[in-house]
Design a protein around this ligand. Structure first.
Ligand SMILES: [Fe+2]
Ligand SMILES: [Fe+2]
Length: 324
């Protein structure tokens, strides 16, 4: 019998026959993809997570700032998995950083402005940041596309005959709109979504237009799992943190050094929680065979527990949240 909306009933009947009453359809198995917060030149946490867990892929959410060639800094990860990335605002800071990313061994894995099927999941990437000289949502558009910028740019305002390097990590409306016309399961961005206090609703609109259900972003150096928001699952991945596709912590994020500096300048004593995130990386043996099970904090904290504090004082026990 024809459905009122003209949709054939055959498909519905088939689905019904395939699915015994009272059971839910089998959920699509999610691949093991890790999302990595801003490394800012430090890649041990990514190499460790990759060699330890051998994920299907890792996606780096911008601000990589490699201090050496990619094959050196990400060698262990590249040996065991595929490494994808989007640029952050600091990835165009110098010529060396730019060339290591855009001309190095992961250049073809730049997700910016496109959708790629990675391990069975379609992932869209929007790298870079909104800059007022180009477009600051929801303000007026100054330059619709790189081509329009170049038409109006003086010769001194170009780099290598094209866009100034800085604007190679700026978001142009043309790139954003081209993504809007596509579909993806996951959207990865450097800029934060609208639920973040410094985020943009333009990111939410993009995810919704693309029918993406999950957003992973970096840039703000804060590790936050937001409550369900506009039908989206938003995961802010913190500074040098690594999470899986469900947002579970694989490697805990570190405190943003800028926040620590502000605390020190204000004469504040960092709490034990803050100490837990400082200089964690230098003690890491990335080939450690220490297993990490769900619920554990990983080898970084375990090792640090055995260490005495540098200032010689005993670590204070943590207060329970219930205790006031
Ligand atoms: Fe950034
Ligand atoms: Fe950053």
């Amino acid at each position: 019998m024809a459905q009122p909306n003209g949709y054939s009933s055959r498909k519905r009947r088939y689905r019904h026959q395939q699915q015994p009453a009272g059971t839910k359809p089998a959920e699509k198995r999610l691949p093991k993809i890790f999302f990595c917060g801003d490394p800012h030149g430090q890649f041990d946490q990514i190499n460790w997570a990759a060699t330890q867990f051998k994920p299907d892929a890792v996606v780096i959410l911008g601000d990589l700032q490699p201090a050496a060639p990619i094959e050196e800094v990400l060698g262990p990860a590249l040996a065991v998995t595929q490494v994808w990335w989007i640029p952050g605002n600091h990835d165009t800071d110098t010529e060396e950083i730019y060339d290591r990313l855009w001309k190095g061994p992961i250049a073809a894995h730049n997700l910016n402005g496109r959708v790629v099927n990675i391990a069975g999941v379609s992932i869209a990437g929007l790298g870079g940041v909104f800059r007022g000289q180009i477009w600051m949502p929801d303000g007026p558009v100054n330059y619709q596309s790189p081509a329009e910028f170049l038409q109006n740019a003086s010769r001194v305002n170009t780099w290598r005959g094209g866009l100034p390097r800085r604007h190679r990590s700026s978001i142009f409306p043309s790139v954003y709109q081209a993504l809007m016309r596509q579909r993806a399961d996951i959207l990865v961005t450097h800029e934060a979504a609208g639920c973040h206090k410094k985020g943009f609703e333009a990111i939410d609109r993009l995810a919704r237009a693309m029918k993406a259900k999950r957003i992973f972003h970096g840039h703000q150096h804060e590790d936050v799992t937001f409550a369900s928001y506009k039908g989206l699952r938003v995961r802010a991945v913190g500074f040098r943190g690594v999470v899986d596709i469900e947002g579970n912590v694989i490697v805990e994020a570190q405190i943003d050094p800028r926040d620590l500096l502000v605390m020190q300048q204000a004469g504040m004593e960092p709490s034990p929680e803050v100490f837990d995130t400082i200089d964690r990386m230098p003690v890491v043996d990335i080939f450690s065979s220490h297993p990490v099970r769900r619920g554990e904090k990983g080898p970084f904290r375990d090792r640090r527990r055995d260490e005495s504090r540098k200032d010689g004082r005993a670590r204070q026990p943590r207060r329970s949240k219930d205790r006031k």
